[in-house]
Design a protein around this ligand. Structure first.
Ligand code: BMA
Length: 313
């Protein structure tokens, strides 16, 4: 009898699907993309691009099928703007995109690399050509943040990951205007000790709304003598009270196994910032940075993820 649980994610056979070699200008690496579907069904990835100084900016890549034939913008789509936003002095990283119907705009929540570490910044756009920047909405040290697609109980919600060294947990905060945030609540704690998600966790793609609750894919960081290992787990939060965690997997559901995930600028990292849902309403396409060096794709079934969470009593 085979008691092995089936894998929840399958890697695309052409991984990595995007690398620095696909860029129309000189860059060092491309990784950790935010993702969204445009109204015509085009997949847009907003990729973190590290230049040859070591600083990052964001650049859009578009594809009709979300897998290949990417059209990459000929220059940075959203460069850091330290002249007007001094907190962006060392670049901008790891965007999470949420389409917000009430605004008719996409909200991009990203890491601003300040002199005092990472902070959370927000920009909104209608078309990924022009952007309105809100500046820093969570001061350093904080990152791994995303906006929910609509208000809950009249308020906007942001998941984020402040650091209280050496541990870092996931929090939620509320706002009426997207600028002023409060009512901060701890929603998911890093575990202790030997666990795969001990000490440091953070949101990966933005929360996914399902009839059973907000499905959250989060990353956990295992510190080992030879460096960190970044893996993914699942959690489910109440639809009307998103600060209430209903379920969480004990085991990780995706981790670095392939050579392009295990070897790169930072070894043993899978780090998704975006996902799209296929027209069947179930197939999740998870776009992730592998080893901080390339962009890869894995697909999974939302229904299967919810079933896995249900197995946890
Ligand atoms: C995290 C973030 C990610 C990066 C990961 C692994 O803290 O900085 O951008 O992919 O570390 O280096």
């Amino acid at each position: 009898m085979n008691n092995r649980q089936p894998e929840l994610f399958s890697r695309h056979k052409h991984n990595p699907i995007l690398t620095a070699a696909d860029w129309p200008y000189s860059v060092h690496t491309v990784f950790n993309p935010g993702a969204t579907l445009l109204p015509d069904g085009t997949t847009l990835l907003l990729c973190r691009v590290e230049d040859r100084r070591g600083l990052s900016h964001l650049c859009a890549a578009r594809s009709a099928n979300g897998v290949d034939n990417w059209q990459v913008d000929p220059q940075p789509t959203l460069p850091a703007d330290p002249e007007h936003f001094p907190e962006e002095i060392w670049g901008i990283e790891d965007p999470r995109i949420t389409y917000v119907p009430e605004l008719g705009k996409y909200a991009i929540v990203y890491t601003a690399y300040t002199r005092d570490g990472p902070g959370v910044s927000l920009a909104v756009t209608k078309d990924f050509h022009e952007f309105e920047r809100y500046g820093v909405i969570m001061s350093p040290e904080d990152k791994d943040a995303a906006l929910f697609p609509h208000r809950v109980n009249g308020q906007w919600l942001l998941v984020h990951r402040p650091v209280s060294a050496p541990r870092a947990h996931m929090w939620i905060s509320y706002s009426l205007d997207l600028r002023h945030w409060g009512d901060h609540k701890l929603i998911l704690e890093a575990r202790h000790g030997a666990w795969w998600d001990a000490n440091k966790i953070g949101l990966s793609p933005p929360p996914i709304e399902t009839p059973q609750g907000w499905l959250v894919i989060y990353h956990g960081v295992r510190q080992t003598p030879s460096g960190c290992i970044y893996r993914l787990g699942l959690a489910l939060f109440d639809l009307r009270e998103p600060e209430r965690c209903l379920k969480r997997t004990d085991e990780w559901v995706f981790g670095p196994e392939e050579i392009y995930e295990q070897r790169g600028d930072v070894d043993h990292v899978v780090f998704p910032c975006g996902a799209t849902v296929a027209p069947d309403g179930d197939t999740l396409r998870l776009y992730y940075g592998a080893a901080d060096s390339n962009i890869s794709l894995a697909t999974g079934s939302i229904r299967a993820m919810l079933e896995r969470l249900d197995e946890k009593k």
